[in-house]
Structures are given as C-alpha cells and as structure tokens.
Design a protein around this ligand. Structure first.
Ligand code: FAD
Length: 375
C-alpha cells in the first residue's frame, strides 16, 4: 500500500499537465499509467496526423513547443514534446499500472490497480477518450464479409492499396483518413448521415483557433453570425457535393452538441475533384458492401468507422454516480466536483482547442488540489 497525497490516473497530455502544475505548487503526485510510455495514445494515432490547433495554442503549462516546430506540429513532434515535457519536470509515471477502480474510503480515495492499492486525498482522472471507441451497428453487419475497423486502428493507406474503402463519419478523423486514402489513389467513399459544418484550418492567415479564442466571450450564435460571410467565402458552396450544410454555426454546434466541425486541410478539394465520393448514411450492410439511405448498394472491401468516442467512466468510479451525466461523462471537468478531492481533466469538447483547455484546467485543478491536500 502506498499513500501519496495525490494520484493522477493517465500520463497523456492531461495527466502530465496536472502533474507539472501540481509540482509547481509543491505537491508531488504519483502518476499511474496503464501503458509503458507517456503520450501512448499519440503514439498510436495515424501516421500523417498533424495538430489541427497551432503550436502556440497547443503547448502544456510551463514549457512552450520548440520554435523549430511548424505551425501545425506532426504526431511525432507531439510525442517528442510530451517526452520532453515529462523529462523537463522530472515526471516519472508508474507504467503498466492500469487503474481498475477508484472508490471513496473515509476522507480519502482508494485507488486499485491489478497489483497494488493506494489511498490518496486527491485523485485526478486524466484518462482521455481513446479506450472508448464508438462502434455503431447496422442491420446485416454480421453477414458482411469485408473488414470493419474503427478510425483509432487506422495507421496509413498501405494495407488498403487496390481496395474500395468506405469511411463512415465526417469529423476530423474521417475527413483526414479519407484524404490520406485519396492521396494514395485508394478508391474512397465517405458515408455522411446528416448535415455538416466545414471550416478552414486558417482564415485570413490566422489559425481558426485564434478566431475562436478571440470570440470566446461572445455568445456562440452571435460569433457565428459575424463569421458567416467570411466562412461562406472561404469554404464555398457544398450542397452540390452531396453535403448538406448544418443549420447551426460551428461555435453553436460545439457549444450545444459537443460536435467539432471539420477543419478542412484538403478533404473538400478532393471531394470537389471527385477523388473522394460522398454518399448518405448507411441503411444496412450487404454481404460485400453496404446499401446507402439515398443510393443503391455498393461494394466495399473495408469500412472505417470514424464515428468518434463515447467515454463512460462510471465503471471506474462506481460509488460516485452523481459525478456523471446520463452517458457517464463527468458533469464537471477542470473544476471542483461535488466529491471533495476528485477532479477530472480534459473531458470537455471546447471550440478553443482541447490541449489549450487541458492546460487551463490543469492549472485550476492544481490550485484546488493543493488547497485540498493542505486542508
Ligand atoms: C486523432 C486526434 C487528433 C487530435 N488533435 C488535436 C489537436 O490538433 N489539438 C488539440 O488541442 N486536441 C486534439 N485532440 C484532442 C486531445 O487534445 C487529445 O485527444 C489529447 O491526447 C487528450 O489528452 P488526454 O491526456 O486527456 O488523453 P489521452 O491522450 O488519451 O491520454 C490518456 C492516458 O490515460 C491512460 N489511461 C486511460 N485509462 C487508464 C487507466 N484506467 N489506468 C491508467 N491509465 C489509463 C491512457 O493509456 C493514456 O496514456 C485530438 C484527438 C484525436 C483523437
């Protein structure tokens, strides 16, 4: 049994940021990480991934990203940065320590891993979303003879050479994976079920994130109204491409539905030139493909589900149901919860950049946690 003041679960960006900000407040946390490296999720993302948010707004507290990095760093550069971050602050997570249960024990928290039990007065849950891929099912799927993979298992186009591939979903992963396949001359189609929002990654030379940050104090509807003419000009018409435009503006969509618009880095041009085909939602699977809601059946060798993640943390924290909404997402992230000493970091979708938000939340959690530890 070890009894640290503070346990952080997860050594991704959120766990590392919380650890660094706690250290700066004189609290020495123990970090428990199920993998054997820091930033394990970033190591597994698809090869071509670059940050969609700019370097200046994606660094964690206390250490900027290197000036030599481009505006949008690559996946490998993010991994290298996370390693440097851990080294810079002397963070040494306990690897291969999967936390199985976090439960209240008197005024402390009992944290169970397979091999050990610890108790702490503060627990920060920084477990991200990666362990919860959302894999919807359709009628006829069990009879389909092709492959079905979630986007989190996609690496690069090589295994798909010569295939007909269907990418389901029009978020950032779906858009970029379809682009990746099209650039490798793979026959690629996107299944797009409902209306979509597309925004350019840069607007008038500025990262779109900068615009969102500048406008964060405006009501989303007002900011969307102001931005609409410029965005329309930048994106151009899309209805003729089989893409119906979402009625809500991008900021309203994020605020109300937690859905991030597609930050376009070339997908739209590939749809326009026909190298990415667009169809409606899937009605059902056939033996060798799918039937779309608005089209006849087509054959596909592989279906890639870019359908996002649905984290549910209730099994990890079975005794604190009030901390979660009906889907198992924490009601509060980056602030005091109703449970003294329990914090969540990085669980909320924001228009102003997830990594930036993680840094802001970590600083706030460190202050509240340090106060709690000192009683
Ligand atoms: C494809 C993709 C691209 C993204 N691009 C951007 C971007 O450009 N800009 C941006 O701001 N954000 C981006 N994000 C969103 C977000 O910033 C990242 O997902 C970020 O990695 C979240 O950090 P995290 O620490 O919360 O979660 P993760 O990076 O998922 O780290 C969580 C860690 O917790 C560990 N863990 C989980 N469960 C347990 C357990 N029970 N016990 C012990 N350890 C556990 C995991 O192994 C992992 O190491 C992107 C997300 C994805 C999926």
């Amino acid at each position: 049994m070890i009894d640290p003041d503070t346990v952080i679960v997860g050594a991704g960006p959120a766990g590392l940021a919380c650890a660094a900000t706690l250290l700066q407040r004189g609290v020495q946390p123990v970090i428990l990480e199920q993998a054997d490296t820091v930033g394990s999720v970033w190591r597994r993302h698809y090869d071509r991934l670059h940050l969609h948010t700019d370097r200046g707004h994606s660094a964690l507290p206390g250490l900027p990203m290197p000036r030599s990095y481009p505006r949008y760093p690559s996946r490998a550069q993010v991994v290298a940065y996370l390693e440097r971050y851990a080294a810079h602050f002397g963070l040494r997570p306990m690897f291969r320590s999967k936390v199985e249960r976090v439960q209240r024990e008197g005024s402390r928290w009992r944290v169970d891993t397979a091999g050990a039990v610890s108790t702490a007065s503060v627990v920060v849950i920084a477990t991200g979303w990666a362990d919860f891929p959302h894999t919807p099912r359709w009628p006829g799927q069990e009879g389909y003879r092709g492959k079905i993979v979630h986007s989190s298992n996609y690496r690069n186009p090589a295994p798909h050479a010569g295939e007909r591939v269907l990418v389901v979903g029009f978020g950032n992963s779906g858009g970029e994976i379809a682009l990746d396949l099209a650039e490798a001359n793979v026959d690629v189609t996107m299944a797009v079920r409902g209306p979509v929002r597309i925004v350019p990654r840069d607007l008038l030379g500025l990262p779109i994130l900068t615009w969102a940050i500048l406008q964060q104090w405006l009501p989303p509807r007002v900011a969307d109204f102001l931005d609409a003419p410029l965005l329309r000009l930048a994106v151009g018409p899309t209805n003729d491409l089989g893409l119906q435009r979402e009625r809500k503006g991008p900021l309203q969509m994020i605020a109300e539905d937690g859905r991030i618009p597609l930050l376009d880095i070339g997908t739209l041009a590939r749809i326009r030139d026909g190298s990415i085909k667009v169809r409606g939602g899937i009605a059902h699977f056939t033996g060798d493909g799918v039937t779309f809601a608005n089209n006849p059946s087509e054959r596909f060798d592989t279906v890639i589900l870019a359908t996002g993640f649905r984290p549910d943390l209730r099994p990890l924290l079975p005794d604190t149901p009030d901390a979660f909404d009906a889907h198992g997402l924490p009601r509060v992230t980056g602030q005091a919860t109703g449970e003294p000493g329990l914090f969540f970091c990085g669980q909320r979708v924001v228009p102003t950049g997830q990594l930036r938000e993680i840094g802001i939340e970590a600083a706030r959690i460190a202050r509240l946690a340090a106060e709690h530890v000192r009683g």
